[in-house]
Design a protein around this ligand. Structure first.
Ligand SMILES: Cc1cc2nc3c(=O)[nH]c(=O)nc-3n(C[C@H](O)[C@H](O)[C@H](O)COP(=O)(O)OP(=O)(O)OC[C@H]3O[C@@H](n4cnc5c(N)ncnc54)[C@H](O)[C@@H]3O)c2cc1C
Length: 397
């Protein structure tokens, strides 16, 4: 047997979830916390939508990973390739094995190009792009801002897309740009949404539809893109009315996502979940392995995955790891999530809701579902500072 290290809490993934939890555990006086993540650069991903809308650069959202690892936390800059949950053991790509008392799985999700055949080839051309990958987000704005006529198609999948409503940010930022430059009348805007609404909160959904109407956007819900033909710039689209081909001059995709393969290969996945970690959606404890926890985009929590959701999930996991050991009652996550969506190049609305689509506003006043200039400025300029200085330092409760 190869020699291995042991930690009290081992966290797989040092993104928003993993770093926030590591910092929170340290603040709660957990002495031995380790994080595994191969990336040398940490990204504040919500700014990718702003990059795609011409309001930020990649430099604005990146910091060295070493700078965000909390003091006292051991960082393994390596990739987990397998987990043996019965032994609370993870295996790294470099061959090392690490055991732990509690194991937290939060490697996020990844773009699943195979879910829409032809989509990966399409985003390699200048006529299609996505804000969901940093290597494409700047191209999105180049593509949208240079369009002066023709058809722009925006596609929002509902298959595990992180914070899916923010896929509308590039649409509204571009539409307002087209209006300002006098070409809006020459651009036909199509919005194809796989789900049955634009956001899981009725009033916000109505606000977004009104904003879309104002820009002349044709909104189609319950509509799936089955494939893309990059050479003819054509989408194969299916809805209740049947299938059709749709030509595009510019194509934006918020594409389907999937879990890393090793989650299912390690037996941690929920049946029928396409490989996402099987946790109790209230306690975030694994349904079969009590010392294993799932957190963030990879966990099946029956709620929209988002950074906002992590503000509530992280303290739940931190508390419940301790509760499991002491036998105290566990804390519960109610499915809180958010959708901050620009409705123009000056205004933004913030939808906050629980897993039953009930409103759950953080502040009672003002009404943040109404598009506001102040919320726009907060989301673009203040929220990143909150992320680096409060969320990643474990100031969540
Ligand atoms: C374009 C875009 C815009 C968004 N906008 C918003 C927004 O406005 N508001 C909002 O609340 N949320 C937003 N989100 C969602 C938010 O960013 C995610 O919900 C959040 O980042 C999830 O955190 P996570 O830690 O679960 O996953 P991630 O942030 O993806 O982090 C996962 C980490 O795990 C690491 N990892 C992966 N595989 C392994 C492995 N095998 N071994 C070790 N480490 C591994 C990765 O390197 C990564 O660092 C947006 C997301 C995107 C992509």
């Amino acid at each position: 047997m190869s020699p291995h290290r042991h930690h009290d809490v081992l966290i797989v993934g040092g993104g928003n979830a993993g770093i926030s939890l590591a910092a929170k555990l340290r603040r709660d006086r957990c002495r031995d916390v380790a994080v595994v993540d191969p990336k040398q650069t940490h990204e504040y991903r919500p700014l990718l939508s702003w990059v795609a809308g011409g309001f930020a650069t990649l430099d604005d959202l990146r910091r060295p990973q070493a700078d965000v690892i909390p003091d006292g936390v051991r960082w393994y800059p390596d990739r987990v390739v397998a987990v043996e949950p019965e032994r609370s053991l993870v295996r790294l790509a470099g061959g090392e094995e690490i055991t732990c008392t509690d194991l937290v799985i939060c490697p996020g999700s990844q773009v699943d190009w195979d879910a829409i055949p032809g989509s990966e080839a399409a985003v390699a051309t200048p006529y299609a792009s996505t804000s969901y990958l940093p290597e494409h987000a700047p191209d999105t704005w180049t593509m949208l801002s240079s369009l002066t006529s023709g058809r722009a198609v925006f596609v929002i999948s509902d298959r595990h897309v992180p914070c899916a409503p923010v896929g509308l940010k590039p649409l509204f930022l571009a539409a307002d740009h087209w209006r300002a430059t006098g070409v809006l009348g020459d651009v036909e805007i199509e919005l194809l949404v796989e789900g049955d609404r634009l956001v899981d909160l009725d009033r916000a959904d109505r606000e977004l539809r009104a904003a879309a109407e104002d820009f002349g956007v044709r909104v189609r819900t319950a509509t799936t893109v089955e494939s893309v033909d990059a050479s003819s710039r054509t989408l194969r689209v299916r809805s209740a009315g049947g299938s059709e081909d749709l030509h595009y001059d510019a194509l934006y995709l918020a594409p389907p996502h999937r879990a890393p393969d090793w989650v299912a290969e390690s037996g941690l996945d929920a049946p029928g979940s396409e490989g996402f970690v099987a946790v109790d959606p209230h306690t975030l404890q694994h349904v079969a392995y009590p010392t294993v926890w799932g957190l963030g985009d990879v966990a099946t929590v029956d709620a929209l995955p988002s950074g906002g959701a992590l503000r509530k999930q992280v303290p739940v996991v931190a508390r419940n790891i301790a509760a499991r050991r002491t036998g105290k009652p566990m804390r519960r996550y109610d499915g809180y999530s958010i959708g901050p969506v620009t409705t123009s190049r000056t205004h933004l609305l913030l939808a906050e809701f629980d897993r039953d689509r009930r409103p759950e506003p953080t502040v009672a006043f003002p009404d943040l579902v109404r598009p506001r200039r102040s919320t726009f400025l907060f989301d673009r300029y203040v929220e990143p500072q909150v992320y680096w200085h409060r969320l990643l330092t474990g100031h969540v409760s």
